[in-house]
Design a protein around this ligand. Sequence first.
Ligand code: F6P
Length: 340
Amino acid sequence: MKIGVLTGGGDCPGLNAALRGVVYRAHTHGHRTLGFLDGWKGVRDGLVRPLELAEMAEIVGDGGTILGSSRTNPFRTPEDVTKVEATLRSSGVDALVAIGGDDTLSAALELSRRGGKVVGVPKTMDNDVNGTDWTFGFDSAASVAMEAAERLRDTARSHHRAIVLEVMGRHAGWVALATGLAAGADFTLLPEETYDETRLLDHVRQAVAARGYALLVASEGIELATSKGSTGEGDQFGHELLKERGVGSFLAKRIEEGTGVETRSAQIGHIQRGGPPTLFDRLLSLRLGAYAVDLIQEGRFGQVSVLRGEKVVGVPLEEALKSPKIVTRDWIHLLHTFDA
Ligand code: F6P
């Protein structure tokens, strides 16, 4: 068999490890692997090249993706559909592995519904794909954010300031939650909760009274009761660039005005998405990538390899795409145990 593979959507640590899992497991089954460049764009525009074992030798710990990525929706127009079908025919791939988040996997589902032999591998630093306990990329990104928060604590303490760290996560607050918990923030703002400014300011006042500074973590996707919101611009899947909303700097201003405490903010943005994957993410990526090929081997098309407890299993793409996985009540309860 010839197995095609692509990495789509926002990159994250672990993509290269997942590719290694795909290529090596394909090799053990006696199959060849072709890589499509820049996500679904490569399938639409016929950008494809062979992937050899030798190329996989040293990439397990490399950030980014050697295949490149994009946020291309390959089924946007009837012309695009024709081009996708032509590439799949001309490249001679028998089956495709789509590695990506909601958008990339929703395109995989569309292809599957059109009769394509495709399986998925979930990835995203946002950790918001349904059907899997964790996505790779999240542990690495949140670890970077945790370290950033700890650095901000040092300088906040020296200057007796409040500092707000804004982290990514789109409309799921997993990165903010993990960062706030792991760095011991005084208050963490999640998109899953209603913005409560009185509570925020109270926590800043209490922290400053107790220790002389305050550390806050905010998810980029929180809804503020203000006109500061949508930029109106979206990508090919209709998502706006939340970074442009600048919730961290907005909150810093409100805190300073409301409490009189000198306040700064930091937005670490794409720094969270680069760098080597953590041990956890490397192992998860390798396992999910390899298992995706097993799904193909067993003819279980339209499925996605996911982590359930200790095990990697296959579930239908529909299940992974049900609705984004947002932070659950038990986690929110734990978070508020520490900012009581
Ligand atoms: O989906 C992953 C993510 O990093 C989000 O957390 C963030 O909102 C978005 O991508 C940023 O997108 P881009 O890389 O297109 O700026």
